[in-house]
Ligand binder design. Sequence first.
Ligand SMILES: O=C(O)CCC(=O)C(=O)O
Length: 405
Amino acid sequence: MREYPFDLPAVREIDSADPTLLKQLVADHQPFVARGLVASWPLVQQVARTPAGPDRIDLFEPVLGKGDVRFTHLPADQKGDIGMGPDLKPNFSMDSRTSSAGEFLSRVAELVRQPTGECAYAAALPLAALPNAAARLTSLRAIGGEELRQENMWIGSGDHVVDLHFDLMRNLISMVDGTKRITLFPPEALPFIYPAPLHRPVAGVTRSLVKLLDLDEAKYPRFRSALAMAQVVILEPGDTLYIPPLWWHHVESYGFNVMVNAWYEDVSHESFKRANRMFNRSLARFSRFDAAKVKWLSGLYRFSDFEAGSIDDLLADRAFAASSPRRRQEIIETLMAMRASMAGLPEYWKRYFRVLYEYYVFREHGDPYPTLPGMLQDLAQSIRPGIWRRLRRRASGLLSTGARQ
Ligand SMILES: O=C(O)CCC(=O)C(=O)O
């Protein structure tokens, strides 16, 4: 394992396989590790019975079946880093190589036997396409929830690291072979985590600019505050970790490693989309204000009803009262629309949007991209064309409706 430069508290261990209890913890968005929860899966048992080495790797040839396997191949100079490169672009491709299961596993076995620094990683292979794998596992649906989105198998040669990112779904990660060390940060760590630009997701998710195991403290001084909220766990075969939606995670994999994960929806798609649309709209609108000059901007957080404070207090604010009636009207309408957009969300997701508004829209912590000057405007620009497109569509709709009348 790589050197770990932090002394973090451990993820809570749950010494129970009671599905009712685990399901409750999942629904409560509490991370936990359940040791040995999947030790009885036929595939995990098969692994436990087989000595480490080529025979164990060979077990997975029938599991992967006859189809092609797409995988990431990393050169040695990348040092196993999977995620975002310094140019903010993906530094890997999920399908940089494709081969038969046998060829893929031989390559993996070669790298395990004689490490060169290169890595081969078949990430997120959907179990739906691997019937032989699915037959050797048992679903965790009883604890994950009713809304299973996708189950995947991840197989790698080891010493690769998926950089810090978060997903919108519940995630149950079960180890079949090898070891993972996973570091978790709650959604409230956002102001200290140096998120990469929202409009530049890598593999569909927002990442942190920070490389956890190579932390540049001079560039990212606030990250210490994120570490104060972090927890860590080492997973061995048979263990299951629950990563709640929105929790940032950093995943290191060691030795020949096989993991199965299941993503479950946590929130209604429609409610999320409505709140997210309004968030984007507010971001585009408020990004026009220079936070250094518009003194009431960061204070708006208080008046947005996220904390104690009402629109009446806002109206009484002297600096705000000094702005033009048109601007005051626009801001109050936006605040009301923000509240309305979140009305259908459960409390957990409301809290998340508050964190987002506070950070990106009201800029309570200053520029959301302190190391990337101009990036907030770039983000706002990428959102605005969408708004204009919709307005144009609406206008042309009205014109055509008018023409029919
Ligand atoms: O196991 C890994 O390498 C990454 C897993 C991950 O990021 C996820 O399940 O969301």
